[in-house]
Design a protein. Structure first.
Length: 287
């Protein structure tokens, strides 16, 4: 697997960079090929909104010949793009925002050209922030989720650490181990799609629920990615999400197995469900 880490912080030795270290080390230990690209020194201009890229077939073709071309080359190289950024004013940094706005040339949706240059790639977030996870980083995650839906990208989740003691917050054993676990989960999530290839229809829905334990765990890992973290769901609401991602009409079995394998938490009354955080360690699950 090839993983591109786009580093959005202007502080190349700051908090987000510190969190990226164990994350990247674990990816490489597990055999992934990585690239680490800092954005603040790439001279990436804001999108002009000119739509010129929408009339050029098969290539990025922005009229601004700046550092974005280097980013695009690496995005096309990668299987997974990790957006690493601190949260400033409830969203990413300016260099990261410029990159996200300049994605237009990768999607040919609005002119004479057609197609997508990055459809099917994986996207994840690694972020540092103040406040709690949902309040501090939730708006940025929502924006990235919508970008992925719009662009037919596979969103794999977010790992975040709250800044409570500046750099020391990101050097704790808990923060470092969390970053390593997230690296393992990304690789396993990508592997899950490979393992489930024969069980997914053209819309990414499960057409059957595997009987063998290992493949079943891959299916549960796949389904857990479809549930938004930090939100409470009634049994009915969770069932609607699960129905959208399988064709054999058995959300009750899927819900029960997600809970039994610790992908979901449930209140004592058994009425409210929430995505477990952190998610189970793939190595401990045996996949």
């Amino acid at each position: 697997m090839k993983v591109l880490i786009l580093m959005g912080s202007p502080r190349h030795g700051g908090n987000t960079a510190e969190l990226c270290k164990p994350f990247r080390e674990e990816l490489e230990r597990l055999g992934a090929e990585t690239r680490y690209m800092t954005l603040s020194d790439k001279n990436i201009h804001p999108c002009l909104g000119c739509y010129a890229c929408q009339d050029v077939e098969g290539t990025y073709s922005c009229v601004q010949h700046d550092g974005m071309y280097e980013v695009v080359d690496s995005v096309l190289w990668a299987d997974c793009v990790v957006l690493a950024t601190p949260v400033y004013t409830w969203y990413c940094t300016a260099p990261m925002k410029a990159v996200l706005d300049r994605h237009y040339g990768l999607n040919k949706f609005y002119g004479s050209a057609r197609g997508s240059l990055w459809k099917g790639k994986y996207v994840a977030i690694l972020t540092t922030h103040g406040y709690d996870r949902e309040y501090g980083a939730g708006p940025f995650e929502t924006g990235v989720r919508r970008l992925c839906e719009h662009s037919s990208l596979n969103y794999l989740g977010m790992y975040s650490v709250r800044d409570e003691d500046d750099l020391a917050s990101f050097q704790t054993a808990e923060a470092r181990e969390g970053a390593k676990l997230f690296a393992r989960r990304l690789l396993e999530a990508m592997e899950a799609r490979t393992q489930l290839r024969g069980l997914l229809d053209s819309e990414g829905r499960l057409t059957g629920f595997p009987a063998k334990r290992k493949k079943k765990l891959y299916a549960l890992l796949y389904l857990a990615e479809k549930i938004e973290p930090g939100h409470d769901y009634s049994e009915r609401e969770l069932g609607e999400i699960l129905k959208a991602w399988h064709t054999f009409d058995d959300p009750a079995t899927l819900r029960r197995d997600l809970f039994d394998h610790f992908f979901l938490d449930r209140d004592p009354q058994g009425r409210i469900y929430r995505l477990a955080y952190p998610q189970p360690d793939p190595q401990k699950l045996g996949i």
